[in-house]
Each structure stands twice: as C-alpha cells, then as structure tokens.
Design a protein. Structure first.
Length: 67
C-alpha cells in the first residue's frame, strides 16, 4: 500500500478543494474576472476579515461533521 488511510483522505480532500476552486472559472470565466477585479480593489483589512470568516466557517463545518 502506497498511502495510509489518513494520507489518502488528505490527498482526496486537496483534490476536491481544487475541483471546487476551479468550477467558477470553467462555468463563468467573465464573471470571475469581474469578481477578481473587485476583490483586488478591496482593502487588505477587509480581505483579512473575509478570510478569517471563511476559515471559521470551514472549521465549524469540520467540527460539526466530526461530532
């Protein structure tokens, strides 16, 4: 066996994240360009808060699923 079960799960999760990250670019590339322009114009403090909220939501989802 090349990978242990936890390592397989980690690699699977990374692959799924890449799939979900790529979907908007395939489905609506023009809308993504507009959205990325808006994000690049935002202040870094706002982006940091958005990132913290996203991380918190992800942590909450993981905690709920594991519980």
């Amino acid at each position: 066996m090349l990978f242990t079960a936890p390592m397989k799960l980690l690699i699977l999760l990374i692959g799924m994240v890449l799939i979900f990250e790529g979907l908007p670019y395939v489905a609506a590339p023009e809308a993504m360009q507009d959205w990325l322009k808006k994000i690049s114009a935002m202040r870094p403090e706002h982006l940091r808060v958005m990132g913290l909220i996203a991380m918190g939501a992800g942590l909450l989802i993981c905690w709920l699923v594991q519980g």
